[in-house]
Design a protein around this ligand. Sequence first.
Ligand code: PLP
Length: 371
Amino acid sequence: MGPHEPLSRRGFARIAALAGALPVPVLTERALAQLSYPGEAPPDAVLLNANENPLGPCPEALEAMNAMLRRGGRYQFGETLRLARTAARLEQVPETHVQSFAGSSDPLHRTVLAFCGPGRAFVTADPGYEAGERAAAFVRAPVHRVPLTQDHAHDVEAMLRAAGREAGVFYVCNPNNPTGTLTPRAAIEHLVREKPPGSVVLIDEAYIHYCEAPSCMDMVREGRDVVLLRTFSKIYGMAGLRAGLAFARPDLLDRIRPYGTGFLPVTGMAGAIASLEAKGVVEQRREYVRKIREELFAWLREKQIDFVPSVSNKVMIRTPKPGREITAAMAARKVIIGRSWPSWPNHVRVTIGTPEEMQKFRAAFSEVVSS
Ligand code: PLP
């Protein structure tokens, strides 16, 4: 690949987008959620549609961001570096192997732009998190959606077959969005080992803190062809404040760096650093969500409503009629739940909320599925 090739392709795609030929491609979970529930939800609605954390930032993060507000007149680029350094220390990776971003959508998007294109496919799970597909379409890369296995893991063998030698990015979300299910570590290792040269495995650990599964951070430490993403939008409750991290070998980070600028909001940086340093946040919140999720599962079993057992903060629930109708009927009761996937039209994704929110969910869902 010549040094100017990706730039000219990107330039073309940008012009096409400006001309209105393509939609604006960067879509976060919130934007995707709004495709199934367009418009503003009423202020008293229960929001279980975007895998957000109803607890919001932890007290330590709130305090750090409050203090930062008064210093907000300065760019303070050092905060961006400080977040990366803090993460490097805590994750035991070299500082050269981590970069801060305003959320993880940004590096997800950049990785697809950098490694995919015509003849360099984006390979993903189905159902899976769709944001990468939009970026792939933007650079005219083929997209291969590969159904999950019976156990709802990524089918890595089928993913490798689907792309052949033409792979740019293999996207593995672990635990997966929307199913909240895990892909065994051995399968990810196999994928990383067997993928064609020049491609990368994009490991999205947006939800890893909700479960006890091992992270793939050791693959970054070992210098494998992986880009690993983390976000502060989920367990740390900072979706609107924007902070995230990409971990990868320096040469891979160099490939994704030119697709944007590096200036990040200092409130997000300060909150993220404080969240990482705070003791017990992950463990307490994981347990909080686990308990509410298990209560929901018990209720669903009692009602004989089928669902996919999840280890995350969301669950796919089977619906007796098209999921879109259920979502609309729930919205009419001011409970906004997540979308259905084209390949799973009779499931809806429901985010785990507070006990009070889940009480409202159960009341509305009982009505809707029995009507
Ligand atoms: N990756 C996955 C799997 C997600 O579900 C989301 C958001 O829901 C993101 C990445 C991006 O989130 P953010 O940009 O808020 O970090």
